[in-house]
Design a protein around this ligand. Structure first.
Ligand code: GLC
Length: 431
């Protein structure tokens, strides 16, 4: 039983560990206040305060085909959309609530349009579903650390029945997994305190999910504390997930399970400092920073999920579009050093990073340095070296003064500056 589960786990994530690069999309009513997706909690807005946004939500420029084309152009292979975020607003036409996009002036099932458009571009489909719900009448509110009503007292006679909420949560996940065709990833977010693991009826939830879509991969946020999340423990519960999802950071090394086998992971990062649209936040990372973050992840056997936060009209911010387009320019010529690649056994070189796929080793050079570029330990092991961007030869040549470095190979770089200051990739075919 145990081995059988392990095997299928590996099979499920096979595409995921090859595709490496995805788009996260945080979108909902919070795009209207434009102060990030936590606005309802941070500003402690009641349902009545927040209702304004529901009544006016009408993203006239929402065209998921343009989103999908942009993701594809950037070299992304999959996308994860917030079907429901913590505010409880559903982008999909759920039968279980009135609090949904089809009841706003938009009158559209945004999840349906998203899934159709992204699939048409050949991208894999992920749905983010918030375990927290700051709208549902039965989600714990008073005394909860995050709920907008956390500092208030229940109204006289008010009762919150968590089981009612669980039924709703399970029901909505069933809807998402039966009404929208093939879903590749379910991205649950998040567990805290007592609200973790079986409190969500997580085994039942995952079992049900896989009964609809056996190939489905899920993140690890259904069980956030202690043993349940620890990937190095054996016999993890099935809701421990198929991959780890470190947020706003890249782990110092790759992750491994109890057997020392590489464990799939995906770092998710924002482009500026917010997930949901934030009108005043222009603290964008540069395209080069994001490209290097992607290489960093791949060099450690991980994926990168980069976020966009479309505005209230349904448009991805101009800065994000520009950054993604530039990343796409680099990916168009260098993606061979990303897709299907993972970590190499070689230590991290001083001039950059290595990624590897079979006998192809990719040297991602960030620093030109002085003289030849040293490939430690690779003397006699390289058949040929080519600049990935244009296929041109890079000569492997032992300089006259390298007698002490018998183990090492040398790239005689034809210029004193790197052709691509962000990341010049040299493909090394190993013998
Ligand atoms: C956190 C935040 C959330 C965001 C997510 C992305 O859990 O609560 O707003 O969606 O991280 O990883």
């Amino acid at each position: 039983m145990e081995t059988c589960f392990k095997t299928s786990e590996t099979e499920r994530t096979r595409w995921f560990v090859k595709d490496r690069f995805g788009m996260f999309i945080h979108w909902g009513l919070y795009a209207i206040p434009g102060r990030g997706e936590w606005v309802k909690s941070i500003e402690r807005l009641t349902n009545a305060n927040y209702q304004l946004y529901f009544e006016e939500f009408n993203p006239g420029n929402f065209d998921p085909k343009t989103w999908a084309r942009l993701a594809k152009l950037a070299g992304m292979k999959y996308a994860v959309l917030t079907a429901k975020h913590h505010d409880g607003f559903c982008l999909f036409d759920s039968k279980l609530t009135d609090y949904k996009a089809t009841n706003t002036p938009a009158r559209r099932d945004l999840v349906r349009e998203f899934t159709e458009a992204f699939r048409a571009e050949g991208l894999k489909i992920g749905l983010y579903y918030s375990l927290l719900d700051w709208h549902h009448p039965h989600y714990p509110a008073y005394g909860d650390p995050y709920h907008p009503l956390r500092n208030q007292q229940p109204a006289p006679g008010e009762k919150r029945d968590f089981n009612e909420y669980l039924e709703y949560l399970h029901g909505q996940v069933a809807e998402l997994l039966t009404q929208y065709g093939k879903i590749d990833i379910m991205w649950f977010d998040f567990s805290y305190g007592e609200l973790t693991g079986e409190t969500w009826k997580a085994t039942e939830l995952v079992t049900m999910s896989r009964s609809f879509q056996p190939h489905l991969i899920i993140d690890n946020r259904l069980g956030a504390s202690g043993e349940q999340q620890n990937i190095t423990t054996t016999n993890r519960p099935i809701f421990a997930g198929d991959f780890a999802c470190p947020e706003q950071m890249i782990p110092p090394e790759g992750l491994a399970d109890a057997q020392g086998k590489p464990y799939p992971w995906e770092a998710c990062i924002t482009m500026n400092d917010h997930w949901g649209y934030c009108a005043a936040d222009h603290e964008y990372k540069s395209p080069g920073q994001i490209i290097r973050a992607l290489v960093e992840c791949v060099s450690k056997g991980g994926n990168l999920l980069v976020n966009v936060g479309p505005d209230s009209q349904g448009e991805i911010p101009r800065e994000s579009m520009r950054i993604l387009t530039e990343i796409g320019e680099w990916m168009r010529r260098n993606a061979a050093g990303i897709y299907s690649c993972g970590s190499s056994r070689l230590p991290k070189p001083e001039w950059g990073r290595y990624t590897q796929k079979g006998n192809l080793l990719y040297a991602h050079i960030y620093e030109r340095g002085i003289g030849p570029i040293m490939l430690r330990g690779l003397n006699g092991k390289i058949k040929k070296a080519r600049l990935l961007a244009d296929g041109s030869e890079i000569k492997l040549e032992r300089p006259w003064n390298a007698k002490e470095y018998q183990e090492d190979a040398f790239l005689n770089f034809p210029a004193s500056r790197l052709p691509d200051e962000t990341d010049t990739v040299v493909e090394l075919e190993l013998a």
